[in-house]
Design a protein around this ligand. Sequence first.
Ligand code: MN
Length: 129
Amino acid sequence: MSEARKILLVEDNLHNRRIFAGVLKHYGFEVHEAENGQQAVDRIAEGETFDLILMDLSLPVVDGWEATRRIKAMPSAAEVPIIALTAHAMAGDADRALEAGCDHYLSKPISPKKVVAEVQRVLGLEQTD
Ligand code: MN
């Protein structure tokens, strides 16, 4: 790709963050990391722009549902696709994520390659495997 797509990865679990960020970078994405929903909201409110946001839902300070609502309320970010990362055991999480404004969701546990494939699909990029 000519210009790296910019991803904001919002995930409080360091292990998951390292894995997802690593694989996305490997596939050519520019990855920025936030550890909680407040950090994500602040970065966008301060004017940063992203092509896509990966949003864990269970987050400290401001959770993923609330962060999504706040981000989608900002004109600069309203059209940015948000993929929720939901806990598999929590059946209602995905529905609540869509209600909050998330565009898509992936249920944990998620393989790193599945994250890449979904990001590529949502951005309309050629799928790699
Ligand atoms: Mn979490």
